[in-house]
Design a protein around this ligand. Structure first.
Ligand SMILES: *Cc1c(COP(=O)(O)O)cnc(C)c1O
Length: 406
């Protein structure tokens, strides 16, 4: 099957003009919507009328036209039939899982996932909803297959895992999920545009737009991209997790993000080019570095096969400092002596953000799970920004490494 290129799909989407012909869409800053004919209201409640039939809107926690407009752009980018946004990545992820699972159901998840998602599956869902999760190494396809039981309702992975940067074999995982009659859910936060999970067989794609899509570390947002039927299920007036639990995206945030999507391709390429150049120089220098764009990375060939190569191999690389103490020393030198970047969690920012994964973003995980996931205590994650020049950033990085004897 041939698929439309994500950037072409975004550009081909009919542009929604502002109310007075403005080049940007208007912000529908209304929490409630009027109907002309009294008969319309009951028809909206029963689902006969809605945003996609007759252009009817009900209430701001249900669909909002501005949020729906951004959602259509995300659906075009991911190549799914539909999409809807949420107030955060966790709002989107938890809504998708809760729509797929009932009490007593089971999830099979990759063992290297975002700390908040791990906490949702490992702690929150068993306690509050009676849903259990088996965490497996998702690059071990036999392990994935044998973890699936007749209670399993979801196979869940991240396109590029955090912080081990393993690339998911989405076509193979989709085959396994579909043979078991369950959907594959892929968190594509680390690789928007680089990887198109739905084109590779994923059924549901989730995003934290707080990261690359937002691009400025100034807002929190998320999205679920899936079939129209599934998005309808998220919005069901009785059992829809987005509608009932209410992690609703504000229309002002939606309009704001819509202004950033057009330059997402430029930014992804810039992050990728800078990260690759630094990774190559680090490797040449003999530093322990991992980056999917390096030939020495275990998934370099898989990414080349699955990815949209023109956007590079992503903006995240890791350096193994050997110990937690050394990792902290290196980050201190990089931030406070060299002004190379900031010690902060998150990624996708225009400046470089640095964190020691085992004691920050993955600290929700149990110690043995951290070990099983291959996260070494001295692993420093660099979410590489594109500010400054390459030569300036390289000399800062080299000086910091020298100063801590690495
Ligand atoms: C940040 C992140 C999330 C959570 O997103 P929020 O917007 O912070 O709720 C989920 N998955 C991944 C891979 C992330 O990096």
């Amino acid at each position: 099957m041939s698929h439309q290129h994500p950037v072409e799909a975004l550009a081909n989407l009919r542009h929604e003009f502002g109310e007075h012909g403005g080049v940007n869409m208007s912000i529908e800053a209304s929490s409630t919507f009027t109907v002309i004919d009294p008969g319309t209201m009951p028809e909206i409640f029963t689902g006969q009328k809605g945003p996609d039939n007759a252009g009817c809107y009900l209430y701001g926690r249900h669909f909002n036209p501005t949020v729906y407009n951004l959602s259509r752009q995300l659906a075009a980018m991911e190549g799914t039939e539909s999409a809807y946004c949420a107030a955060s990545g966790m709002g989107a992820i938890s809504a998708a899982i809760l729509a797929l699972c009932e009490a007593g159901d089971h999830i099979v998840s990759s063992n290297t996932i975002y700390g908040g998602t791990y906490a949702l599956m490992h702690d929150f869902l068993p306690l509050k909803c009676g849903m259990t999760t088996s965490f497996v190494d998702s690059s071990d396809l036999d392990a994935v297959r044998s973890a699936i039981t007749d209670k399993t309702r979801v196979l869940y992975v991240e396109s590029v895992s955090n912080p081990t940067l393993r690339v998911a074999n989405i076509p193979a995982l989709a085959d396994i999920a579909h043979s078991a009659g369950i959907p594959l859910v892929v968190d594509n936060t680390f690789s928007p545009l680089l990887i198109s999970p739905a084109h590779l067989g994923a059924d549901i794609v989730v995003h934290s737009m707080t990261k690359f899509i937002g691009g400025a570390s100034d807002l929190i947002a998320g999205a679920v991209c899936a079939s129209q039927a599934f998005i309808g299920q998220l919005m069901d007036l009785h059992t829809g997790p987005l509608m009932i639990l209410g992690p609703t995206m504000d229309p002002n945030v939606a309009a704001n993000i819509a202004l950033r999507l057009p330059h997402l391709p430029l930014r992804m390429s810039a992050h990728g080019a800078r990260a690759l150049a630094l990774a190559e120089r680090l490797q040449q220098r003999g530093t322990q570095v991992s980056y999917p764009g390096l030939a020495t990375h275990p998934d370099n060939a898989l990414l080349a096969e699955l990815g949209n190569a023109e956007f590079g191999a992503g903006g995240v690389l890791t350096i193994d400092a050997g110990s937690k103490e050394k990792a902290l020393e290196l980050m201190g030198a990089l931030q406070n002596e060299q002004q190379f970047g900031f010690m902060a969690v998150s990624l996708g920012y225009f400046d470089t953000l640095m964190s020691c994964s085992a004691s920050s973003t993955s600290s929700e995980m149990e110690d043995e799970d951290i070990q099983a996931a291959g996260i070494s205590p001295g692993l420093v994650r660099l979410a590489v920004g594109y500010t400054g020049t390459l030569e300036q950033r390289w000399s800062q990085l080299e000086a910091a490494l020298d100063s801590v004897g690495m």
